[in-house]
Design a binder for this molecule. Sequence first.
Ligand code: NA7
Length: 555
Amino acid sequence: MNASDSNGQQSNVQEFDAIIVGAGVAGLYMLHRLRGLGLTARVIEAGDGVGGTWYWNRYPGARCDIESLDYSYSFSEELQQEWTWSERYAGQPEILRYVNHVADRFDLRRDIQFETRVTSAIFDGDTATWLVETDAGDRFAATYCIMATGCLSVPQVPQIKGRESFEGPHYYTGWWPHDGVDFTGQRVGLIGTGSSAIQSIPVVAGQADHLYVFQRTPNYSVPAHNGPPDPERVQAVKANYPEFRRRARESRSGFLTAPSPYQEISALDVSEDVRREQYEWRWSIGGFGFTGAFSDLLRNKKANETAAEFVRERIREIVDDPDTAEKLIPRDYAVGTKRLCLDTNYYETYNRDNVTLVDIRSAPIEEITSHGLRTTDAEYEFDTLVFATGFDAMTGALLRIDIRGRNGLGLREVWQDGPKTYLGISVAGFPNLFLITGPGSPSVLSNMMVSIEQHVEWTSDCIEYMEEHRIRTIEATADAQEEWVEHVNEVGDSTLYPQTNSWYMGANIPGKTRVFMPYVGGVGAYREKCDEVAAEGYAGFELESAVSADSSQAS
Ligand code: NA7
């Protein structure tokens, strides 16, 4: 259609019921649900394909740290029956194939505009529409604006002196080239030892002539014990998917770990023998269940220390060189309070002759040079540089867009001292804007698939309600938001998370406000709260009727 812009000029504005930003796992399902309501939607995606996280993060060894059976859509029984995973923890290529399969199976591509980045989303209070603009010069008007922008989608470019002066190829794990990188015969420098690094280091070390790993903070990692999925388990799950999914949705983290009799008991209330037996058993199974061995591992420093010490012992056991082992041992934060890593041969990789661990905490990087880097201690030469330096998590992708609510209110200003939301879905002052797995929701502390599906379904149910009841706008009240933020903080403060400098706290980004962003109250309890809010006619939200808006405009 043709519409006038604020300068009175004619401009092409395309109208949709909803604009969805991002064609990752969340954006695709959101589109599918809105189509089911008979609404028109356009998805805007920066990449040239679907997949979000799984589209961008193609670094060697990239893999999901939630088991494939859990990390998959549950909304279609046919889909979950027909798809078969080849590994217990699927690798990035397989997950990307799966997401592409979903896009094709539900014919989603025709409503996605690729290679386009949303630059601004501005709410017009007079017409109650969002005006969304892109870097390609598009202008869209929509009643609903849904941010499916992902929690870990803006890679961090570290501010290290001389970064631009490196003359060899350099790569970011979160923006990996699509045709891969062959490290054969190369000397490689890799900065970072978070999840992405821990997954890629064993693979890069297997190819490279020499690998230098530059570590600022050592991480705790537990074995994934990846491999083909257990056929009996797959069969059992497929025979009863609804029950499997129900239990995941009601669980604490959105997936089930092996149950044990001690889950409700403090680690300090059992003997040393029982603790050891539990940790050994969890270590032998692998995966995130490790910190669920006892009730208080993420709440009580002393209890946590028993688990941390167990991991330290394993590192000393696996790594041959005692000096390297000591460097790899995390000491100054509780296990699990930075995202626990799951690995395949990570610590073992330091036993290779072609791998050198460089501790840049004791001797920081001074400068990246044309052929390597210099620390306060020594100079290192390499051919290729890999940045595994993480993301501007949870708020980064949202704040890159100029989002403005009522009266030009900017999200960047409103969130200057940290994000504030109602339920992690909505922000006071920003009507008809929905955040999928926004800060203040379980999101990154949960199985993202479960949390994404829950938010998408809640949002589409809300939109259906609005359409049926002729509601023009829905907006979180400032009071409900304050109360929710207080609750999120209170629950967060009852854990050890806020005591650690992590990306959950925004502490990895220089200058970012330090605040614990996800909601740690549990996926099941959180879902109940969201359902209650909806059942009460969207308690904590202000709903403006289209009928009264029409009559007030007429008078
Ligand atoms: P992470 O977990 O944030 O790891 C980033 C790593 O990079 C971490 O070891 C950082 O050290 C290091 N880093 C970041 N900036 C610098 C600078 N300037 N100098 C040296 N080292 C630096 O990101 P990942 O991509 O590994 O994982 C993110 C999540 O994706 C993961 O948890 C999974 O959920 C999936 P630091 O710890 O800050 O000292």
